[in-house]
Design a protein around this ligand. Structure first.
Ligand code: SAM
Length: 187
């Protein structure tokens, strides 16, 4: 069955400033994203996390923002330009069943997959690609919305991740989410 994809109108809510009361993006990514890093925001939508990550990586860093919906990325680019962060942001339209960034293998220092994995068409393939994209020992923050993704389903995602070269690092306490920090093993 085809997976439900977050509609563009919902993207406006997800990117709204009010959400910061629930998910403070700077605090959530602060421990993992530092200057000069190249980071991946999978399922970035309009950039609720991408823009704070662009601040955190500084002028020499990059945030590669990946989404299946070009419209989300177009709005993200406009938002980034408005706050002077456009030159730290790269956008990439992917496929439902593939991140399709093969030319960037081994180049990411950190990846965020926030509220996206339950929408991807092929988790096995996605985890395999994520493992290829991340540098050894790089962290990945996985979070899924507690409302419609169960803890068991997130555990299943973590087991798939383990098969593809990640280790479970710790549970993260994030409101309204089941979240974990994973680490890419040294292969
Ligand atoms: C619920 S939104 C979460 C957005 C963002 N991560 C946040 O927390 O604000 C999910 C986003 O993932 C995107 N998406 C769905 N399937 C995807 C896939 N296979 N690869 C990349 N992005 C995908 C959707 O277009 C949508 O923008």
């Amino acid at each position: 069955m085809a997976k439900h994809i977050c509609p563009v109108w919902m993207g406006y809510f997800l990117a709204s400033g009010l959400r910061k009361l629930l998910h403070n993006p700077t605090k959530l990514i602060g421990p993992y994203v530092t200057p000069d890093m190249t980071v991946l925001d999978l399922g970035c939508a309009m950039g609720f996390f991408s823009l704070p990550m662009a601040e955190a990586v500084g002028p020499e860093g990059k945030v590669v923002c990946v989404d299946v919906q070009p419209r989300m990325l177009a709005i993200l680019k406009r938002r980034a330009a408005r706050v002077g962060l456009a030159d730290r942001i790269e956008t990439h339209v992917c496929r439902k069943d593939s991140i399709a960034l093969d030319d960037r293998a081994g180049s990411f220092d950190f990846a965020l997959a926030f509220a996206v994995l339950h929408e991807v068409a092929d988790q096995e393939h996605t985890w395999d690609e994520l493992a290829q994209l991340l540098k050894p020992n790089a962290h990945l923050l996985l979070a899924e919305p507690a409302g419609h993704v169960t803890e068991d389903e997130v555990e299943q995602s973590v087991s798939i991740a383990r098969k593809h070269g990640f280790v479970f690092n710790k549970v993260l306490l994030i409101r309204w989410a089941h979240a974990a920090l994973l680490t890419r093993t040294v292969s």
